[in-house]
Design a protein around this ligand. Structure first.
Ligand code: ACM
Ligand code: ZN
Length: 773
């Protein structure tokens, strides 16, 4: 071949290369979640083609390549080969490195090949998942992508997890989710380097695992009367004959399939078999293991308090549970076996002859110690099989079993206590880890259990509490999100609650704390959204929901409305009153001053167009806005609302009592005075209040408005009495007092609290906005 022809061929090749390798990579374009511990961007890139091969040191790592090969098969229609001999180039080479920590990996990409080192299966899996996130987002598509250059930047990554327990709990009892959804969830967890799936297989409303020795557990316990059309807490327990049933369960074969699939994705499935409470489904099947031995049906919805629990006095109960756990341990190789232990109301134990006898023979002082006896006995059984018992933090009450690990859910207190006693803990506080909570303003979100845990709050989670000693911190295995499923009837809703919050959790559990930044994370989240779209995941876009807050300028009494989204730097635009949301809407850059009743409509804009939900709110101006409020009785430290101006800041509290807009009093009346500063004509005062009897929030039994023209002597202008009534739903109500027009300089408002709830505890009084016209 002549030199000129070779030159020509080389030139053609280079032209080809230039056409393809067109990308410029910067650190900002690398958007991996969770963020790797160390990443160095080098110059150059690697381009995949249909000849790219994988090379493994051992065939037991073969399945670590499943996710990446499956992606290339779908999007590029390539079957990437797994080579038995090391190819000279164009290869992803996996090499064992026993110096690396468990689950750690290094990833080196250069223009010839890719090298991943790890000391375990999971390390290789995570190296390959990182590689997947380096690829263009289109790698996640569900169809073939034509003319795509599958190019990734040359990088050097050293990565390792901060915590070894990175979990998600799925409640498959309150609503049942089948094995395909569980496997899909496993894939999505592995994508974020999560390694634990906790399956809540037992609860009052359904027993979800086949137990060969006790077939009635699923014949009876896995089904309930279908009342899915009614609200969870408004479903009466009905006789079962002939009724349409809701339910389902995993056969043992299905469990094996789930466990094997999870193993291939580096995930341990931790089974939870609840005891001694949350087991109405089991008692409906085998009433002989309860104290009362009465027939019960599987409840279709909410059940509270839970009094029908396993009898702790009968040895047959323990035999029953040990037989169940034996089958469970045969199916789940997990080192940890979860036994629940939460929320047992022990009234039946106090009356049961068997339980009383047990307490006497064991020298137990109270029913808490009887629960402790129960769990300790199960712990002896579980540890005799070489496993570790884990339970909710109630297992601390009455004394913790010696080898038990605690899952702290009622805040971090249980975790602090157990770790101080030298026990391992998994932190899962409701405040940051309960994914059944709302993630955006309640009035813009699908129905959820309650609470408020937006993704930015999840991102603040740290399983190691500041006050922990180093020794306590060493006992923190990690953290976990819990998705209780009372309000999760569909897989679409399950996805909505999990994603993207699980991405924030994955980073808090994997990445070094020092690397964390909400602003920077949120930019990576945008890329993840695109990938979730390609993966057809019904992820929540609540981070884009526009919210409003108001501020009163103390000097001028002027009121300003600020608009925001959870995401930083969102392009928000707005219009006022009757104007329509159009492309010419005003870009929001500073709080909007209002001096009269005003409607604000606002939206996130992308490419000069509104996208997503339009925010619309009317701010009802009134004579009290921004005026000074003096409290004769002080509101609770737990519910301060927006502080001094809360009652006259126009923004109203929503049905979510955690929304930061409510001021509340416990066991005490509200009594306050609003200073109108000058003689003002007044003919109406409205007092906004909430009732939510579940958490002991009650309407006032009386409201009274008094007026004054000197701030000293007050005269009653009106009174409304409203005696207590049982009310199962959350209600917002304005108590409106109208009277003849009068001049006043001061308005005093008293709201009389129920003070004591019917259950005997303190009654809360929640008030927001006192509107003066
Ligand atoms: C729980 O949320 N009852 C553990
Ligand atoms: Zn009993």
């Amino acid at each position: 071949m002549s030199k000129s022809i070779i030159t020509l061929i080389l030139m053609m090749c280079c032209l080809g290369c230039q056409n393809k390798a067109s990308k410029v990579f910067t650190e900002e374009t690398i958007q991996i979640i969770p963020k790797p511990k160390e990443l160095m961007l080098n110059s150059g890139s690697f381009i995949f083609n249909d000849k790219t091969q994988l090379y493994l040191p051992d065939k037991r790592y073969f399945r670590t390549t499943d996710p990446l090969r499956a992606r290339f098969k779908t999007t590029a229609n390539w079957d990437l080969k797994v080579a038995t001999e090391l190819p000279p180039s164009n290869v992803i080479r996996l090499t064992e490195n026993k110096n690396l920590a468990e689950e750690a990996y290094t990833l080196n990409v250069n223009s010839n090949d890719i090298s991943i080192e790890a000391n375990s299966y999971s390390g290789f899996l995570y190296g390959l998942e990182t590689l997947r996130q380096l690829l263009p987002s289109e790698i996640e598509r569900q169809d073939e992508v034509k003319d795509m250059v599958w190019e990734i930047p040359a990088v050097q990554i050293h990565d390792a997890p901060r915590f070894k327990w990175r979990g998600l709990m799925l409640d498959v009892s309150r609503h049942f989710f089948d094995k395909d959804y569980i496997k899909q969830t496993i894939d999505r967890l592995a994508y974020l380097k999560m390694n634990t799936l906790h399956l809540h297989l037992v609860d009052d409303q359904g027993w979800r695992i086949e137990i060969k020795r006790y077939p009635k557990l699923t014949e009876i316990g896995a089904y309930r009367v279908d009342q899915e059309d009614k609200p969870w807490n408004g479903r009466p327990t009905q006789p079962v004959d002939g009724a349409k049933m809701y339910g389902g369960f995993f056969t043992q074969e299905e469990i094996k399939e789930i466990v094997a699939y999870a193993e291939s994705r580096g995930i341990t499935v931790v089974p939870e078999i609840e005891m001694p409470a949350h087991v109405t489904s089991a008692i409906a099947s085998y009433p002989e293991f309860s104290c009362l031995e009465q027939p019960v049906t599987v409840p279709s919805g909410g059940l509270w308090p839970i009094t029908d629990i396993y009898c702790a006095g009968k040895d047959s109960t323990f035999e029953f549970l040990e037989n169940i756990l034996t089958e469970v341990m045969d199916l789940f190789p997990s080192k940890y076996i979860h036994v629940g232990g939460d929320e047992a109301t022990k009234t039946n134990w106090k009356a049961c002859v068997h339980c009383q006898k047990r307490m006497k023979t064991e020298g137990l002082q109270n029913v808490e110690e009887l629960q402790s006896y129960f769990i300790k006995r199960m712990e002896r059984f579980i540890s005799s099989k070489g496993r570790i018992l884990i339970g909710w933090d109630e297992i601390l009450e009455g004394g913790l079993a010696p080898g038990a690990t605690v899952m702290s859910w009622r805040g971090v207190k249980g975790g602090l206590e157990a770790s101080a006693e030298g026990h391992d803990v998994v932190m899962s506080p409701g405040s940051h880890c309960y994914f059944d909570h709302y993630q955006g303003p309640m009035d813009t979100e699908p129905k959820a259990w309650g609470g408020f845990t937006p993704i930015s709050k999840v991102y603040e989670f740290d399983p190691v509490v500041d006050s922990m000693t180093e020794d306590q911190a060493r006992h923190v295995l990690g953290g976990q999100a819990n998705l209780w499923a009372e309000y999760i009837p569909t897989t679409a809703q399950s996805e909505y609650m999990i994603y993207p919050r699980i991405a924030a959790l994955s980073e808090t559990l994997w990445s070094p704390k020092a690397n964390r930044s909400w602003d920077e994370f949120s930019s990576r989240l945008t890329t993840l959204f695109k990938r979730y779209e390609y993966q057809d995941i019904n992820y929540a876009k609540s981070v884009y929901t526009v919210t409003a807050d108001t501020k009163v300028n103390a000097a001028t009494n002027d009121l300003t409305v600020s608009l925001d989204t959870e995401f930083p730097n969102t392009d928000i635009r707005y219009v006022l009153n009757d104007n329509e949301m159009v492309s010419s809407a005003e870009p929001y850059s500073a709080p909007i001053e209002i001096h009269a009743t005003t409607t604000i409509k606002a939206s996130r804009y992308v490419d000069n167009k509104p996208v997503g939900k339009v925010f619309e709110k009317t701010f009802n101006y009134h004579k009290g806005v921004g005026k000074k409020v003096t409290y004769n009785t002080m509101y609770s430290d737990s519910y301060k609302g927006r502080g001094a101006n809360n009652m006259v800041n126009i923004i109203r509290g929503t049905k979510n009592f955690h929304d930061g807009q409510w001021q509340a009093w416990i066991g005490n009346d509200m009594d306050l005075i609003i200073d109108l500063e000058q003689p003002t004509e007044v003919s109406e005062v409205k007092i906004g209040a909430m009732e939510n009897q579940g958490p002991d929030i009650y309407f006032p039994t009386r409201v009274e408005v008094l007026l004054s023209t000197d701030g000293k002597s007050f005269k009653t202008a009106g009174i409304i009495d409203r005696p207590f009534e049982v009310n199962p739903v959350i209600v917002l109500k304005d108590f409106t007092l109208q009277f003849n027009k009068q001049m006043a300089t001061h308005v005093q408002v008293k709201a009389i609290s129920l003070k004591k709830s019917p259950g005997g505890g303190g009654a809360w009084l929640f008030v927001d906005e006192i509107t003066i016209n």
